[in-house]
Design a protein around this ligand. Structure first.
Ligand SMILES: Nc1ncnc2c1ncn2[C@@H]1O[C@H](COP(=O)(O)OP(=O)(O)O)[C@@H](O)[C@H]1O
Ligand SMILES: [Mg+2]
Length: 267
């Protein structure tokens, strides 16, 4: 696994700036949440880290190596998006194996990795099923399986639970964190859901209008919020479960942060 370092990252679409001078480090093995309201630049940041979007300026380092101009396929990063696409004509096993087959890995090695991923995700019983009849939760597990078989340097997850219903999101939220604790993979998890971030993250970066406004542990963010996501009840101090949703606010009302707060947010 590897550290991810983003330096002065900037992305403009014509006259519109989606990401401004973003600098942060995701330590090796960290579960790092990029948290912010819709449209603040989270997906654009993730797409640049993945190599799916070129920055207007700035640098991206993966394990100390400058990968800014490397293609996605050369970065050894796996990503899962909210609207994950599975191959409908393939069964679960073939879907999970796909990235390894395309690397021409030996059949026995592919089989071993797929079995291990399925065991971790508890979908062994589904391996020979068609993906078309699966529930959204199981489909999401298959998408995660396809990411973890690669044993990449890092995982990028963009609102991967967004398509699931509330109850199942809570379950998957716990499972994703448990999965991270087993794999110890450097993970950048994008969400607009404060509770998801508080429940899962080692580190949260609060993003607003293209800028990282604050960076800290869930406890830091809880105690000294620069944005008014301000979890306001003591019940969310234990932050390893999403089950506490009802006691925390879920709307965004960004409060202006001071320049010193913004400076502190930069790693
Ligand atoms: N390809 C694009 N062309 C023009 N504007 C874009 C493009 N991609 C994203 N944007 C804009 O950049 C802003 C940030 O988008 P995005 O990173 O998707 O936000 P988030 O993921 O936080 O909701 C939005 O205003 C969006 O409309
Ligand atoms: Mg997005």
């Amino acid at each position: 696994m590897a550290e991810i370092r983003v330096e002065n990252l900037h992305k403009s679409f014509a006259a519109f700036t989606a990401v401004r001078d973003s600098t942060f480090t995701v330590p090796d093995g960290d579960f790092f949440c990029l948290l912010g309201p819709s449209g603040c630049g989270k997906t654009t940041t993730l797409r640049m880290i993945a190599g799916l979007e070129l920055p207007t300026s700035g640098r991206i380092l993966l394990g100390g190596e400058d990968v800014t101009f490397k293609r996605a396929s050369q970065r050894d990063i796996a990503f899962v998006f909210q609207l994950f696409a599975l191959y409908p004509h393939m069964n679960v096993r073939t879907n999970i194996a796909y990235p390894l087959r395309s690397q021409a890995m030996l059949r026995d090695d592919v089989s071993r990795r797929v079995d291990e991923a399925a065991r971790i995700l508890r979908i062994t019983h589904l391996l020979d099923r068609s993906v078309s009849g699966l529930s959204s939760g199981d489909r999401q597990r298959v998408a995660l399986g396809r990411a973890i078989v690669r044993e990449p340097l890092a995982f990028l997850l963009d609102e991967p639970l967004g398509a699931l219903d509330a109850e199942f999101r809570d379950v998957m939220c716990g499972e994703l964190r448990a999965l991270h604790d087993r794999l110890k993979a450097t993970t950048v998890y994008v969400t607009h859901d404060q509770l998801e971030a508080m429940a899962m993250a080692d580190t949260i970066a609060l993003m607003n209008q293209g800028m990282i406004e604050q960076r800290g542990t869930p406890q830091d963010i809880y105690d000294r919020p620069a944005l008014a996501c301000a979890p306001s009840t003591s019940s969310c101090r234990t932050t390893r479960r999403c089950a506490r949703k009802s006691s925390m606010p879920s709307t965004w009302a960004p409060r202006r942060s001071s320049p010193s707060t913004r400076r502190r947010a930069r790693a």
